[in-house]
Design a protein around this ligand. Structure first.
Ligand code: FAD
Length: 384
């Protein structure tokens, strides 16, 4: 019967490991099985884009090896094991040629880097960095070269631009947007970040895209749709993440942008839950640490007998560009209002106020960062 089956958690990223740790606060005895496609080592993903500033090698970014995690959390851990399907009728997950029963199943399977469909024979030098194993491969590939192009000017592209520049690399950023982090920052603040990165020596090619990457005798040629050709050694693709929803969708779970769950983190099928980058929680896909921590705390209570709904406050995003410290909370897409901008020398405070003058979003840099907490308090919570 499945009543003796374990709680099965798919994924050992911050979502999976935090959930297991939270469950163990309330319940020391229920068996927990964690399954991960990667090596299961624990690490803090946000640190990947600060490796050079912190002068850390990939090995130094490992917090605990997989076997140490398994022991500390008192869980059974299957590493390098890919879940290929879910049979919700028999309450089993499918590994290649094996079936594992679950009592409750939690999907914490993250998101995957979007890959652009480019032409050329240099594509094997294009790296997406969404876990420590990716990062290790990338750092290895940097040895002995010094020119890096970054495709994408979102949060991750900008953070890597700053970090690689700190590491002494020549950095070119190429993106179709006219400013940086367009989903997060109003252009006036994005332009401020660009200026700071330019002052550090980063080159920007905005409003253009890469069409082709060819290998040359001493590196790569990147062909931009503007006609320009850039000569570099390695390329980072940071053009966005897509929640991992395929297995969930195939099993018949409701999926929109992410795996749909309600405020109790329940999917559309019984005894299956989701959290972290793979989940769309009550309509919100928030691929950041703070929301997944809230979810892990609430879900641990639910799974141990105290049904608990998550309640999101307003959670601003910190941009880890030390040359221009920035925090932002973009206003919801469907609200009316306007941006109000204040400057102090180079620094900017942009406040988005609704028609009734209420604060609905903000973006601040530099010395205005000390207003982050006060501004966050003034924002309406996502859930009341
Ligand atoms: P992941 O860490 O992606 O874990 C997914 C897990 O699922 C992995 O263990 C994987 O092996 C496993 N898995 C997937 N599919 C399967 C399968 N079929 N079978 C078995 N296992 C599977 N957020 C912030 O809040 N602040 C920041 O400053 C910040 N900086 C970031 C910097 C970078 C460079 C990146 C890439 C992200 C950053 N983020 C930041 C986002 C944050 O790191 C993520 O939201 C968070 O780490 C997601 O954790 P997760 O556990 O949901 O997913």
């Amino acid at each position: 019967s499945t009543s003796e089956a374990p709680i099965v958690i798919v994924g050992t990223g911050l979502a999976g490991y935090t959930l297991a740790r939270e469950i163990r606060k309330y319940d020391k005895s229920t068996s927990i099985l964690m399954i991960t496609a990667d090596d299961g080592n624990s690490y803090s993903k946000p640190i990947l884009s600060t490796g050079f500033q912190k002068e850390k090698t990939p090995d130094e970014l490992v917090q605990f090896q997989a076997d140490v995690m398994a022991e500390r959390l008192d869980v059974e851990l299957l590493t390098r094991s890919c879940v290929t399907g879910i049979d919700s009728e028999s309450k089993q997950v499918l590994l290649d040629d094996e079936r594992v029963s679950y009592n409750r199943l939690i999907l914490a399977c993250g998101a995957s880097a979007i890959r652009l469909n480019l032409s050329g024979d240099g594509l094997k030098h294009v790296y997406s960095i969404n876990n420590l194993m990716d990062y290790r491969a990338f750092r290895h590939a940097l040895v002995g070269v010094d020119r890096v192009a970054i495709m994408g000017a979102g949060l991750i592209g900008c953070e890597f631009a700053n970090d690689l520049r700190s590491g002494g690399y020549n950095v070119n950023v190429i993106a179709p947007s006219e400013s940086v982090m367009p989903g997060l920052l109003p252009p006036i603040v994005g332009d401020r970040v660009i200026q700071s990165l330019r002052d550090e020596g980063v080159c920007f090619h905005l409003g253009v895209v890469v069409e082709r990457i060819d290998e040359t005798s001493d590196g790569l040629s990147l062909y931009l749709n503007s006609g320009e050709i850039l000569e570099v050694d390695r390329v980072i693709s940071a053009v966005g993440l897509r929640p991992n929803t395929v297995i969930a969708a195939e099993a018949g779970l409701d999926v929109a942008h992410g795996i749909c769950v309600n405020r109790r983190l329940e999917t559309s099928l019984p005894d299956i839950y989701a959290l972290g980058d793979c989940a769309e929680v009550d309509g919100h896909v928030l691929p950041y640490v703070q929301p997944l921590m809230s979810c892990a705390r609430a879900l641990a209570k639910t799974l141990t007998g105290e049904p608990t709904d998550i309640s999101y406050g307003a959670m601003p995003v910190m941009v880890k560009t030390p040359c221009c410290p920035t925090a932002a909370y973009p206003p919801p897409a469907d609200v009316h209002g306007s941006w109000h901008v204040e400057r102090a020398s180079e620094d900017i405070k942009a406040l988005f106020r609704g028609d009734d003058d209420k604060l609905l979003g903000f973006a601040i840099t530099g010395e205005f960062m000390n207003e982050k907490q006060a501004l966050t308090k003034e924002l309406p919570p996502i859930h009341n």
